[in-house]
Ligand binder design. Structure first.
Ligand code: 5AD
Length: 446
């Protein structure tokens, strides 16, 4: 129109800290911003708004979140800085007191954020507690699924569940994420179908407490969803992000056993191998129960990669308790470990438990546990040597393709005829630590 002013499309960039769920949230948030007329750009580029999706699971998450906020403002002094996510939800005032922050937005009502920015709300805190939500309000964010635009077009994350009500004594997540909410079964399936139609071959199902999927509805559960999802033609693999020991039912194991589509890779947080510590953590299982579960999984699902989270330095953990954890970790022979040093979180019961462990001890045990994890990882990788596996290629450089096996092992092969997004049968021939060298055998699906 002659004479009309050129309308500037606002640019937004995202930075994500923390877990896979947070990454899935950022994807969804980016989708909402696009719908609202924003152009989403890379975090290195110039933008009008930078959204920092924060993490608060430990004090390290807090610190890194603050660092990213400050650094982003330093690099882009004219831009608006918005802090969203878990840290914002539990400590809004703390973030608002950082000079570089223009707006603090929690984990709720994220779909309203673009509108709030457009209305130029100015510096303020807009975090509401969870208990104010109606059922509809709770669902709304889950319904914004980013199936249109995820990177690579090989593997897509779908967040099917939000929140946790377990209240482990160390954990801040229930306060940051609220109660259990699930994406309705039909909606989850619809999302999966759209994702597959868009060309993705692998779906990663994520959630804050994934095993509780459907429990808020009471009419469906994770096994039912999987049983339907495996029927989707063109979908090659489904990966589950993290499952609590108590959520691994016989039905789930049998489904994985009888259907090759669900990856034989299960991440099951053990946290501690000492029964007293587990009790104090409010974890509802014993060390021997965990070992039995692991034995059952290994027997039913040969070759399964079991990975875990271990926490060292929980209040009351002495040398003996730590030794118990090392024994159990060794017995289960995890394929990979994520080691966390206990970090007291405000208003969680464990923060005021007696017998807090000094930082030097935590550091020492963490190093030891990481070393044990590496040793077991190397052992697991030796068991893969010479095996035939399927690899979904995610990237190509020259004639070399790289991708992941079902067990989440990075594999590189010389394959001039193969492309990204294809699945090939590969023989694992040499362990290079960061990745396996594979030899290509056959294409499974182009
Ligand atoms: N301190 C240290 N690690 C923690 N985690 C959760 N809360 C804390 C805390 N307060 C770890 C647990 C969990 C993982 C996602 O984060 O190991 O499994």
């Amino acid at each position: 129109m002659p004479g009309s002013k050129e309308i500037k499309v606002p640019r937004v960039a995202f930075h994500t800290l923390g877990c896979k769920v947070n990454y899935a949230d950022t994807e969804a948030l980016a989708g909402v911003f696009r719908q609202e007329g924003f152009q989403v750009v890379d975090s290195q580029e110039e933008a009008d708004v930078y959204v920092i999706n924060t993490c608060t699971v430990t004090h390290v998450g807090d610190r890194k979140s603050r660092q990213v906020i400050r650094r982003t403002k330093r690099r882009h002094p004219g831009a608006m800085i918005v802090a969203v996510g878990c840290y914002s939800q539990v400590a809004p005032q703390e973030l608002a007191s950082i000079e570089e922050v223009d707006l603090v937005w929690g984990t709720r009502e994220r779909h309203r954020l673009p509108q709030a920015i457009k209305e130029k709300v100015g510096k303020r805190v807009a975090v509401r507690p969870f208990f104010a939500d109606t059922r509809e309000e709770r669902q709304v964010f889950l319904d914004h699924l980013p199936w249109d635009r995820q990177q690579e077009r090989t593997r897509a994350f779908i967040k099917i569940q939000e929140g946790c009500q377990e209240y482990c004594s160390y954990c801040i997540v229930p306060y940051a994420r609220g109660p259990v909410r699930s994406l309705a079964l039909e909606k989850a399936l619809e999302a999966a179908e759209k994702i597959v139609a868009a060309g993705y071959k692998e779906i990663v199902l994520t959630g804050v407490h994934l095993g509780k999927y459907g429990s808020d509805f009471g009419t469906f559960d994770l096994v039912q969803l999987l049983a339907e999802m495996v029927k989707i033609e063109g979908l090659f693999r489904i990966r589950l992000s993290s499952l609590e020991p108590g959520d691994i039912t016989q039905e789930l194991v049998q489904l994985i056993k009888n259907n090759g589509k669900v990856c034989r890779h299960l991440h099951i947080p053990l946290q501690s191998g000492d029964d007293n510590i587990l009790k104090k953590m409010n974890r509802p299982y014993s060390a021997s129960h965990f070992v039995m579960l692991a034995d059952y999984l290994k027997e039913q699902l040969p070759g399964v990669a079991l990975t875990s989270d271990i926490m060292v330095g929980f209040p009351g953990e002495g040398e003996e308790e730590f030794l118990h954890t090392k024994e159990i970790v060794r017995e289960v022979a995890f394929a990979r470990l994520h080691v966390f040093k206990y970090s007291p979180r405000k208003n969680t019961p464990a923060a005021s438990f007696p017998q807090q462990v000094p930082a030097v001890q935590k550091e020492k045990r963490s190093k030891e546990m990481i070393a044990l994890g590496k040793e077991l990882e190397a052992r697991y990788r030796r068991s893969l040597q010479g095996k035939m596996v399927t690899v979904l290629f995610e990237s190509k450089e020259g004639n070399y393709l790289e991708g992941l096996t079902e067990q989440y092992v990075k594999t590189r092969v010389y394959a001039p005829d193969a492309s990204r997004g294809e699945v090939w049968l590969v023989k694992l021939v040499q362990d290079k630590k960061d990745y396996f060298v594979g030899e290509i055998i056959n294409p499974l699906r182009k």
